[in-house]
Design a protein around this ligand. Structure first.
Ligand SMILES: Nc1ncnc2c1ncn2[C@@H]1O[C@H](COP(=O)(O)OP(=O)(O)OP(=O)(O)O)[C@@H](O)[C@H]1O
Ligand SMILES: [Mg+2]
Length: 316
């Protein structure tokens, strides 16, 4: 199996002029094999979207990026080169399909534009659009092509966005909270669609969600991010069954199960640390019930079978 993408020690700092505003990514490491899915989970603000934005080469000019992003046969890439690959070999779908489409053009016009950029000839585009929209489970494709975004439901628009991302036959699909804005049934249909497409097309996927159960449905591996660092990574089944990091345990504890569906969610006490300060030790220590003085030092990478855990306490 070949590695589709490897991200090493990715750091992002935001500046206002020469003043550092915050440092939301503090050394992200991740790797995805061709055809496999890495799920990224973590609370709001932990750096999930920023990781995706850096991979796409789309960070704003106020951001400074360090670390390495290696993409398939291209090897290590600078952000400028990432932009050339973006849209062709790496495509992305978002939480809110409305924002992916321009409201004043039809779906067809917008998809045609993408197809032309990907070197489809004018004559072959209508048949290609019909085929690709059918492949994401849409019928009545002629009507969809001539519709404006507001004329379609959220679920249909989400399928159109997925179809648009498939036009270039990507090697990597980044899905950032693709089901968060949808109700549970439609969300499950979209998950199934993405999985079926992946099986057929063989792309690698970075699947981002704050919902670890959605991630567990699609991911081969899971990386849990906290305050801009991966604090636990491993095969999805192992992480779900046997989470080692107290933060992962907390996230899993925060999932409503059938038995407590009517009760309140168990929230993890405390909040994410300020991303302006330097954090020398484990950034989760102030919220952790198990922390010791050792946790004020640099957190370790402990290997527990196939899981990597950034916690001093797992072996205690
Ligand atoms: N343009 C920016 N300027 C300064 N800080 C930024 C900027 N964009 C993002 N950040 C900071 O980066 C951090 C991570 O943001 P990111 O959007 O990656 O979070 P997330 O994990 O995707 O959260 P959510 O689940 O809410 O989507 C946030 O704390 C945010 O304040
Ligand atoms: Mg986000």
């Amino acid at each position: 199996m070949s590695t589709a993408i490897r991200v090493s020690d990715l750091r992002v700092d935001f500046y206002r002029g020469e003043t550092l505003v915050n440092s939301p990514l503090r050394g992200i490491n991740l790797e995805i094999q061709s055809g496999e899915t890495l799920g990224i989970v973590g609370e709001t603000g932990c750096g999930k979207t920023l990781t995706a934005t850096a991979i796409m080469g789309l960070l704003p000019s106020s951001a400074r990026q360090r670390g390495e992003i290696e993409f398939g046969k291209y090897g290590a890439l600078k952000p400028e080169s990432m932009q050339n690959i973006r849209g062709a070999e790496i495509t992305m779908i978002f939480q809110n399909p409305q924002s992916a489409f321009n409201p004043i053009f039809t779906i067809g016009a917008q998809m045609k534009l993408v197809a032309q950029k990907r070197n489809f000839g004018r004559a072959e585009i209508p048949a290609m659009l019909d085929q690709i929209l059918s492949s994401v489970g849409l019928t009545d494709t002629k009507r969809i092509v001539s519709s404006y975004p507001h004329q379609l439901s959220g679920g249909m628009l989400q399928r159109c966005m997925i179809a648009m991302a498939m036009i270039s036959n990507p090697k990597l699909l980044i899905a950032d909270e693709p089901t968060t804005a949808l109700d549970a049934t439609i969300g499950d249909q979209v998950l199934k669609l993405i999985r079926d497409l992946q099986e057929r097309e063989g792309f690698a996927m970075l699947f981002i969600s704050h919902d670890i159960t959605a991630v567990a449905k699609v991911a081969d591996h899971i990386s849990v991010i906290y305050a801009g660092r991966v604090i636990e990574n491993g095969p999805a089944g192992d992480v779900m069954k046997n989470p080692y990091h107290p933060y992962t345990q907390g996230l899993l504890g925060a999932i409503p199960s059938a038995s407590k569906a009517r009760g309140a969610l168990t929230a993890i006490p405390g909040s994410v640390p300020s991303l302006l300060r330097d954090i020398t030790g484990c950034s989760f220590a102030p919220r952790c019930g198990k922390s010791s003085s050792q946790c004020a030092q640099e957190p370790p990478d402990v290997e527990m079978d196939e899981q990597k855990v950034a916690c001093w306490m797992v072996k205690q």
